[in-house]
Ligand binder design. Structure first.
Ligand code: MTE
Ligand code: MOS
Length: 779
């Protein structure tokens, strides 16, 4: 309980109420090393270590595989291939096209072909090298362009739009076309993929998996083992980061560990090292973005055709929904009356790309933000003016290309507030003045916006469950289907329960997610973890509270509305009963103090065949101004200052939300600046360790990074305590860094041409663009 001074005198309130800044429940354990990850769990003495052997070819038939020497190697206990699978050889989320082990055909370098279980990981790894595998190489498609040309896709091209783009483009007074590339991104979670399986009685198995989606891992392990789902329990206390990379991929590793455990009767662990993790697991989709835009002399878009093509890799995975989300965000905050969006989902002989923070949204959104700057340059206007005239607003300008009405548009207000607080106009003039005097160092500045839709666009996934127990001593056990990956979901849901019972948050035990407590859950993804699980936990807590209220009213003979919960006590009329005492009395009175809770998101619907509907309950908004300094002789740059204004509604926990905004922004900055995935001609990833793949370091954090929550923020929809999701939207605030770099590059050619940058804007890419604008300025 904490005391608080108010005008009415001192009132006490519970510790950890909603809307209060509270540190992450495991923060101290994260830094001290006391937080237990799967690899920290004590290893049983007969435990086996698993190594998965990988394909060396991007596309080939396996003509022969002799594993005799592998099986005979020192320390090896068992070797498993496709033939050893008792159930189905598939670990795909829905499409049925992700074999656990290649069965005669390999389709990417890194595809598992068999696994070795041995007494040590060194022995398993050494044994795998003894395999004799004969391949017959087949032609491989490894790039977007090659797949597009060959018509190789994981599903047919999708189209979304409204109005008549072709006619509108023809009638437009101004018109621009362009094309650029957007790179992929490795998740680089600190804890790599890992699974630990323990055999149980009757062929059952208990799997500890670093997964955002325990129910799917459970389902797929059962599918591979050929058992009913109830033979498999999946548990995860926390992940050392997921970022979307642990939405579908963990099933593969969990299934291998479970197979070995069931087959040998010994516990088994599979932990990938960093190189293998980067080679074997899918990433953010890289895109090619082509546009044709028409606009009036104010820069208002009058017609637009967008064509996006993404590299999905060898299988379907979540690529349909990811590419749909790219289309859903191709408008960002801007009204497009006449637009056609085409989206190609290409099948290539590279690892199957997957969910990554923003789920395709960042790629779609970066496209139109770049187009805004192209239009501004063409008209000689400040890009902010062009953004302003294109904003959604008013009844005739509020329908998205997918037919949803934008009802909660705060983008104009956010833009104005940030432009003022960050002194955008004064600083833009300052940048121009600096550049006029500085021949080699150039500055750039950009303000970009974010509008991000919240809900799974696959409607049925928007459901969640929770389980709450109140013990007879008044302490509470909280469980729900959401998973903790560092984002602070667990503490937020605990705050919701603390608020409802009006007890201090430290009386609530946060517990590991397990399929044995809450069944049939969705992945913790789409930023909706706290929206969904917060509501489900609230539902459970309310059920118990209603029973306690009824019990107290009866026992103390008063109307139910005279029973209130406040400050760790229950008040019955004027009688004060500590919460713990009432819990004991209720137990003795034979009242059930355990309840499940459930929630499903209202209002949403979507017709995918027409790409029309209301896929989102609401939108999250944010805005950022970034200022950068580039060295035109080397292409190196520094992000000097960033100002962010972001809306999290009535934040459940402003401290956690600010952390998410900072982390998301920096991760987005990495995607657009230093993180470059390089595949060679054979489709082999050449950047599979921190030596060649550079994520942002502490020293890359902008020296001035001002993050403010939008103070008037309040969700117009009845979400949990009127909060808004925060996990993914801030990622796209980094678009401002990319456009600030492009602005600085343009300065190198005296703003005569605008730099068309491909992402990531590595120093090499920046230098190329500088040379190009300089050349064009001379002509
Ligand atoms: N924050 C941390 N620290 N670690 C993560 O892995 N994943 C992000 C985001 N923030 C992630 C994170 C992604 S991709 C999503 S979808 C959300 O958190 C998921 O959690 P939420 O729904 O509870 O916000
Ligand atoms: Mo996040 S990409 O939805 O896991």
């Amino acid at each position: 309980m904490v005391e608080r001074e108010t005008e009415a005198g001192t009132v006490s309130e519970i510790k950890g109420a909603v809307h209060k800044e509270l540190k992450h429940d495991s923060a101290h354990k994260h830094v001290s090393g006391d937080a237990i990850y799967i690899d920290d769990m004590p290893e049983p003495k007969d435990m086996l270590h698993i190594y998965a052997a990988m394909s060396e070819h991007a596309h080939a038939r396996i003509t022969a595989m002799d594993l005799g020497a592998v099986k005979a190697a020192k320390g090896v206990v068992c070797v498993i291939t496709a033939e050893d699978i008792p159930g189905h050889n598939d670990v795909s989320p829905f499409a049925g096209d992700d074999p656990l082990f290649a069965d005669g055909l390999v389709e990417y370098i890194g595809q598992p072909i068999f696994a070795v279980a041995a007494t040590s990981i060194e022995a398993a790894r050494a044994a795998a090298k003894l395999a004799q595998v004969d391949y017959e190489a087949l032609p491989a498609l490894t790039t977007i362009d090659a797949a597009l040309e060959a018509g190789s896709a994981i599903e047919p091209m999708q189209t979304m739009g409204q109005g008549n783009a072709t006619a509108a483009l023809e009638a437009s007074p101004n018109r621009l076309t362009g094309s650029f590339r957007i790179g992929g991104q490795d998740h680089f979670y600190l804890e790599g993929q890992i699974a630990f399986a323990k055999p149980e009685e009757d062929g059952d198995v208990h799997v500890f998996s670093s997964t955002q989606h325990p129910s799917e891992v459970q389902h797929l392990v059962a599918h591979v083992l050929g058992t009913p789902t109830n033979a498999v329990t999946v548990e995860v206390r926390r992940m050392g980061g997921g970022f979307g990379g642990k939405e579908t991929h963990p099933a593969m590793f969990a299934a291998m560990a479970a197979l070995v455990a069931v087959k040998t009767g010994r516990p088994a662990k599979l932990r990938l090292d960093r190189d293998d993790d980067m080679i074997m697991t899918g990433k953010r989709h890289d895109f090619r973005y082509d546009y044709d835009v028409g606009f009036d002399d104010e820069g208002r878009i009058t017609g637009m055709a967008i064509e996006m093509a993404s590299r999905c890799g060898r299988s379907t995975d979540l690529s349909p929904a990811i590419n749909d989300r790219a289309m859903f965000h191709a408008d960002n905050c801007y009204y497009l009356s006449d637009v056609e969006i085409k989206s190609h989902r290409l099948k290539t002989h590279t690892v199957s790309n997957t969910a990554f923070r923003g789920f395709g949204g960042p790629q779609g959104m970066l496209g139109i933000e770049c187009v805004m700057d192209e239009i501004a340059h063409h008209l000689g206007k400040d890009p902010l003016q062009v953004r302003r005239v294109n904003l959604y607003g008013g009844e005739s300008r509020n329908t998205t290309p997918f037919g949803m009405t934008v009802e909660d548009n705060i983008a104009p207000a956010l833009l104005d507030a940030l432009a003022e607080s960050a002194e955008y106009e004064r600083r833009r003039a300052g940048v121009r003045a600096f550049n006029a005097k500085s021949p080699y160092l150039k500055k750039g500045i950009a303000l970009t916006l974010v509008k991000f839709g919240i809900s799974f666009t696959t409607t049925h996934l928007n459901q969640a469950g929770a389980l709450v127990h109140v013990y007879a001593d008044g302490s509470v056990h909280l469980n729900h289907g959401g998973t903790e990956m560092g984002q602070g979901l667990f503490v937020k849901v605990a705050q919701v329960v603390a608020e409802e019972f009006q007890i201090d948050v430290d009386r609530i035990k946060i517990t590991a997610t397990t399929t044995a407590k809450v069944p049939n859950t969705s992945a913790t993804a789409a930023s909706s973890g706290s929206d969904l699980n917060g509501m489900a936990a609230l539902d459970a807590a309310r059920k118990i509270k209603a029973r306690l209220t009824e019990f107290a009213a009866k026992k103390y003979d008063c109307p139910k509305d005279r029973v209130t919960f406040r400050n760790n006590n229950v008040y019955v009329e004027n009688k004060e009963i500590p919460f713990a005492d009432l819990a004991r009395e209720a137990y003795l009175g034979r009242v059930s103090l355990s309840a499940t809770g459930f929630y499903k998101t209202p209002k949403i619907h979507y017709d995918r065949s027409r790409h029309k509907g209301r896929p989102f309950l609401y939108f999250c908004y944010g805005a950022a101004v970034s200022e950068v300094l580039i060295d035109t002789l080397t292409g190196e740059y520094k992000v000097e200052r960033v100002d962010i204004l972001h809306d999290t509604g009535r934040s459940l926990n402003p401290a956690i939300d600010k952390g998410q905004i900072e982390g998301g922004f920096i991760q987005g900055m990495g995607w657009l600046t230093t993180e470059e995935l390089v595949y060679d001609e054979d489709g082999r990833l050449r950047t599979h360790a921190p030596s060649t793949y550079k994520i942002p370091a502490c020293s890359d954090r902008p020296e001035h990074l001002n993050i403010e929550l939008y103070k008037k923020g309040r969700n117009v929809e009845a979400t949990i305590h009127r909060s808004k999701a925060v996990g993914e939207p801030p990622f796209m605030l980094a678009n401002s860094v990319f456009l600030a770099i492009a602005d600085a590059v343009s300065a190198a050619g005296d703003y005569k041409t605008r730099a068309t940058l491909n992402a990531p804007a590595t120093p090499e890419e920046v230098l190329k663009a500088v040379m190009s604008v300089k050349r064009q300025a001379k002509n």
